[in-house]
Design a binder for this molecule. Structure first.
Ligand code: DAH
Length: 362
């Protein structure tokens, strides 16, 4: 092998190694210009062919052409490889990990009404009460008549009812004024023993700082053959202790009137209002929190059960009022205004659910 041939092989090895090592397209283009550009090493060699003898040219021509082709091809292959790697890197950089958690700053909150209903359902659930449901639009029968409100009786007026226009059959539906019609629905559709609560929206034409036309109630009903007023007292005391998270609570039952219970009572709990703060359980003041009583035999009969055999107790309470007492709101109206500042202040984290074992604080 003569010197020229050795130089050509060394040049090829050097160029191919540098092409291979080029880390990006700019570096590769630099090597290409150095080899194949106008003043490039290979181009310069090609120009020497013209001064060679015919014999020399016959030998060197194919060698130099081969060198030019191989180096040119290596550049093209490397260029394609670099472009692919660049695309790969770009895709990787732009990839979105869909398994990442959502931005925590934007989480909403649980409304105090939802939270309090959850707490109540949990407490009564632990005591064996099933959750029942009924519609907001009720019949006059379920809301009043079956519950022993006689026609034209003034107790109907007490409720400031929203009535609908009479339908084709002359029946006048209404927005339920309390959750008690769900007692009727449950007794009409289930066999005793019954032990249920119902929670939901109720409506009365009334509006001030502590009344809104739509509000919420929780209703309870127990029907069997042996239940007494003592059971009612035990269940309600257990409820108050769990709900207000106090170890001891004194309660009193004040005689009252409801058409659907006999005897009827309002239950008050001991409280302390000194120092502008309300403490439930002990103290010198009383706070009314719910209505209750033994289910009136007429109601049991109206719901198709035999009052000689079955009796029981019922209770009803205002969810909104109990939320205000526990969490310290003084005005009911903002509950339903949807102001996010109020919701942020009084709302609850959706990640901390109440549980009796973990405590109602979740
Ligand atoms: N329905 C009554 C009201 O809205 C509350 C109530 C009182 C419900 C006594 C009851 C009960 O089940 O026994 O004022």
């Amino acid at each position: 092998m003569d010197a020229m041939t050795t130089d050509i092989s060394a040049l090829e090895r050097d160029l191919l190694a540098r092409i291979d090592a080029a880390s990006d397209e700019a570096a590769l283009e630099g090597v290409r210009v150095e080899a194949l550009g106008k003043q490039g090493a290979i181009s310069n060699l090609m120009r020497t062919l013209g001064q060679m003898s015919a014999e020399q040219r016959q030998e060197m021509g194919p060698k130099l052409n081969g060198l030019k082709d191989r180096v040119g091809e290596a550049v093209v292959v490397k260029k394609a490889g670099l472009a692919e790697a660049a695309l790969e890197a770009k895709l990787k950089a732009e990839a979105v990990d869909v398994t990442l958690p959502a931005a925590p700053a934007r989480t909403g909150s649980i409304h105090p009404i939802s939270r309090v209903m959850e707490e109540m359902a949990l407490i009564f659930g632990e005591m064996g009460f099933r959750l029942e449901e009924g519609p907001d639009i009720e019949t006059d029968f379920n809301n009043f008549t079956a519950l022993n409100f006689p026609p034209q009786h003034p107790a109907r007026d007490m409720h400031d009812t929203f009535f609908f226009a009479p339908d084709a059959k002359g029946e006048r539906k209404l927005l339920r004024t309390h959750t008690s019609p769900v007692q009727v629905r449950t007794m009409l559709s289930q066999k005793p023993p019954i032990r249920m609560i119902c929670q939901g929206r109720t409506y009365r034409s009334d509006s001030d700082a502590t009344h809104t036309p739509m509000f919420h109630q929780t209703e309870g009903l127990v029907i069997d053959e042996t239940t007494s007023m003592a059971d009612l007292k035990g269940v309600l005391m257990a409820f108050v202790k769990a709900y207000f998270e106090v170890d001891d609570v004194e309660v009193r039952f004040r005689p009252h009137f409801f058409p659907f219970t006999e005897p009827s009572a309002e239950m008050d709990v001991r409280c302390d209002r000194s120092g502008g703060q309300l403490k439930i359980g002990q103290g010198k003041d009383w706070l009314e929190i719910l209505g209750c009583g033994m289910v009136h035999p007429n109601v049991i009969r109206n719901c198709g059960l035999d009052p000689e055999r079955y009796q029981g107790y019922a209770f009803g309470m205002g969810v909104d009022r109990l939320a205000m007492l526990k969490y310290g709101m003084t005005d009911l109206r903002p509950f339903f205004e949807g102001d996010v500042r109020w919701l942020r202040h009084y709302g609850f984290s959706p990640y901390l659910l109440p549980g009796l074992a973990a405590g109602l604080d979740g």
